[in-house]
Design a protein around this ligand. Structure first.
Ligand code: AMP
Length: 283
């Protein structure tokens, strides 16, 4: 497993592999790896000759006051995990190599980044799409994998790929959860045992919501109210949003008459957590 820090070295290696006819797959991460990340690596490993994982805590996607400085890191453990997943190349650039002084260019997706996390994390998606565009230009992947855990992010990346003609196939992998239902996240490391217990109510509330839709509930407002009621019973949990959107477009829905994504964000003490579920109305 090669570890590359320099974008120009990464580009040279990618170019060489492409000339040899190899297919390149990319799994972008911010490190502190868990099973969710590893599921992406396995999916890509099975599809390409060269598996590249990037590990980069991207400062431009953190709003002021967020957890950039304390974001969990464990490069040695990450290295071992990537090695055992058969990663060929780890691209782990320092911040100064990714953002040169005087940079003036952003990649910003408009529509699908409105509302949901976009409303609570100013500049977040602009940071995400900018760094992913840069990673695509540096790693030159044929294919890149993203998790449904960050549903709006996935939609923003798909939109960017379409709008800017990136020649990269995007594959989506389902949310990997702990046995008790908590969606895996590097940020779960912040939780005390008591907070972790509180955090469980996110997936429980979404399950309740899924059951309601499968039982015939068609009014998105009633669904949101039901989920909020479930979440509201928890002390130490502050809901940021609960929203029901068209799963294919993220447009608001007046009636649940097609697949929808039910997405939420909440703070458990200082830790911001997100989760979602895609549900189909019966029939
Ligand atoms: P992150 O390191 O949190 O930026 O995540 C890197 C990639 O892993 C993104 O595509 C995420 O959507 C994905 N990911 C994070 N957590 C999970 C999870 N629990 N299940 C599936 N994918 C995930």
């Amino acid at each position: 497993m090669k570890i590359i820090e320099s974008p120009t070295q990464m580009q040279a290696l990618a170019e060489e592999q492409r000339r040899r006819g190899e297919r390149i797959g990319l799994v972008p991460t911010m490190g502190y790896l868990h099973e969710g990340h590893l599921s992406l690596m396995r999916a890509v490993r099975a599809r390409v000759g060269v598996l590249v994982t990037s590990v980069f805590v991207n400062p431009t996607q953190f709003a002021p006051g967020e957890d950039l400085e304390r974001y969990p890191r464990d490069p040695e453990r990450d290295r071992q995990l990537m090695e055992s997943e058969g990663v060929d190349v780890v691209f782990a650039p320092p911040v100064e190599a990714m953002y040169l002084p005087g940079a003036q260019t952003w990649v910003e997706v408009t529509g699908v980044t409105q509302g949901l996390c976009g409303a609570f994390r100013p500049g977040h998606f602009r940071g995400v799409t900018t760094v992913v565009a840069k990673l695509f230009n540096i790693v030159k992947p044929h294919l890149a994998a993203f998790g449904a855990k960050d549903y709006q992010q996935l939609m923003a990346i798909r939109q960017m790929v379409r709008d800017l003609n990136f020649d990269v196939e995007i594959i989506e992998l389902p949310i990997v959860r702990e046995p008790d239902g908590l969606a895996m996240s590097s940020r779960n490391a912040y939780l005390t045992p008591a907070e972790r217990e509180t955090a469980l109510s996110l997936s429980r509330a979404l399950n309740r919501g899924r059951a309601a839709v499968e039982g015939g509930m068609r009014d998105p407002h009633a669904l949101v109210a039901e989920i909020r009621r479930e979440l509201g019973e928890r002390k130490g949990l502050e809901v940021e949003y609960v929203e029901v959107r068209d799963a294919a477009t993220l447009a608001a829905v007046a009636e649940i008459d097609r697949p929808v994504v039910v997405a939420l964000a909440a703070r458990v003490s200082r830790t911001r957590l997100i989760d979602n579920v895609v549900v189909m109305p019966p029939g």
